[in-house]
Write a protein that binds this ligand. Sequence first.
Ligand code: KG4
Ligand code: ZN
Length: 317
Amino acid sequence: MIILAIESSCDEFSVAIQKDGVIISNIISSQIDEHTKHGGVVPELASRLHVQNFNWVLNDALDKSDIKMEQVDEIAYTQKPGLIGSLIIGQLVAKTLGDYYNIPVKGFDHIQGHIYAANIESKFVYPVLSLVVSGGHTQIIYIKEPLNFEVIGTTQDDAVGECYDKVARVLGLGYPGGPKIDKLSLLGESGRYDFPKIKTEGMYDFSFSGLKTASINLIHKVRQNNQTIHLENFCRSFQENAMETILTKFELAINDKKPATICVGGGVSANEYLRKRIFSIGKVYNVNVSIPNMEYCTDNAAMIAELAYQYIQIDKK
Ligand code: KG4
Ligand code: ZN
């Protein structure tokens, strides 16, 4: 069974090939350099760059895996959620290939893909409790059995990655801010800056607009007083506040749902602090921990291939 997967929901165009459940290539074209000039992702630019890039990404993925289009059994692409123009380019590429080579084409959910990225290298033992942390989502999802998704907590306003990116922008760190804040925070001291603990109505829901506003106000206040922000210390306190807010809720959900496996997914799962903390939480609760390899954290087509493979396995039963 050979699956060719396409992921194009935001500013990466990625093609992956999976053979009998094993990823054999995963090519990702990043547009970060182009978007950095504008301080964030420009949707129109993202779709135009997808049009420029899809051909070499597709050829590279086929070459690296030594697979011909004629051998592909199924084409999977990201259907939603994402930037509409970006999604349409991926869908067009998938459908054109499907029509030309007479291969079935199916659309998949990006968030479900992020969850199953953690299943690529280590396999889930169910039930699974997943923490999805990306530029657009902060969610806790309970998966009692394969592909049975129950969202038990979700984003009320800004997602955690979005909060990182917006605060980093005001700090002058550029786009994407998440990895930059993460790196700086590792060099900083805890407890040097105070941020509010934000409450939400739903016990597993998330709100990051308050932390974003408080952070930006603090930066402006320090600058108005002609003082400078100690970047490393600021990032350390910001990161601890953001991550511990999420992890407190995640731990409550672990107590409640008693999963056999905990996992993380989405771009923010590349975060060093979060990765370490998830492992330590896994030890405390004596559960399996599945954390995606770095290349499967941010947007990539391998996770869509893995998700498509899981759906095929279920259909077979
Ligand atoms: O999953 P993703 O590639 O795209 C979306 O589906 O949104 O996630 C991108 C997000 C960005 O907000 C980026 O700043 C954040 O992931 N990110 C990080 C780190 N690496 C990427 N946030 C915190 N720490 C990181 N190391
Ligand atoms: Zn994503």
